[in-house]
Write a protein that binds this ligand. Sequence first.
Ligand code: AMP
Length: 281
Amino acid sequence: MILIKTISQLREKLAPYRNKPSSIGFVPTMGALHAGHISLINSCKSADTICVCSIFVNPTQFNNAQDFEKYPITIEKDIDMLEASGCDILFLPSVAEMYPPGDVKKNYDLGYLETILEGKYRPGHFQGVCQIVDKLLAAVLPDNLYMGQKDYQQCMVVQKMIDLEEYATVLNIGPTIRENDGLAMSSRNLRLNETERQQALTISKALIFLKEKLRPGQTDSLRQQSEKILTDAGYKVDYVAVADAATLRPVENWDGKQLLVALVAAFLNEVRLIDNMVING
Ligand code: AMP
């Protein structure tokens, strides 16, 4: 694996892979890598000629300064994991490389998607995500982009940005990889203490509860019960939502056929966790 820190070097290195039948695959991350990230690298490795992973803790997507300061950094271990996975290029830019002085921030018209769930509870977050993914896509120009279902709404936002900016990149969404007890893997799990780690699995339990119990008809009472499972376990809940899987519009009366997604965001003390599960009829 080669480590590259500048956009110009990255472009130079990727130039020979620009033409068919070669294809460039790209996995953007913020580091503190785990098996969820590596599953995306594996998908990329099996489909593309060259696999690029980026690690960049993007300051513009953090709406909470403390969350940014405390974001876990495990770069040595990340490099070992990427080497072992067969990743070809690690792009590790500085903040000044991605946001040079005088950089003009673009604004993306994300519409409804930015007004709900993560968009509502983390103002500005998705603008920051679009800013960095746009810059990274412009640098890598990948044929395939790999992202995780764990960040369900983020996948929809990035697809929208790809359409708005007319990139010829295909977004491939990988399944959420979980710990043995059901907890969705996340870099932020590193911030949980032992007690919180035990409590953390209630998030997937609350989602499984919804997935198993939801029947055609009114969804709200079950949604509220799911929320209570979380508050009883010591969480401060931002939202538990039952929504259309394609649009994220809330579904209050389910016909039993529409593909749904249940989404949760909740705090365990200082640490904010998110998770989701798709529900089909
Ligand atoms: P992050 O480093 O948290 O920004 O995540 C980088 C990419 O990995 C994003 O596309 C995430 O959706 C994806 N990802 C994070 N956690 C998981 C997981 N548990 N399973 C699958 N993909 C994940």
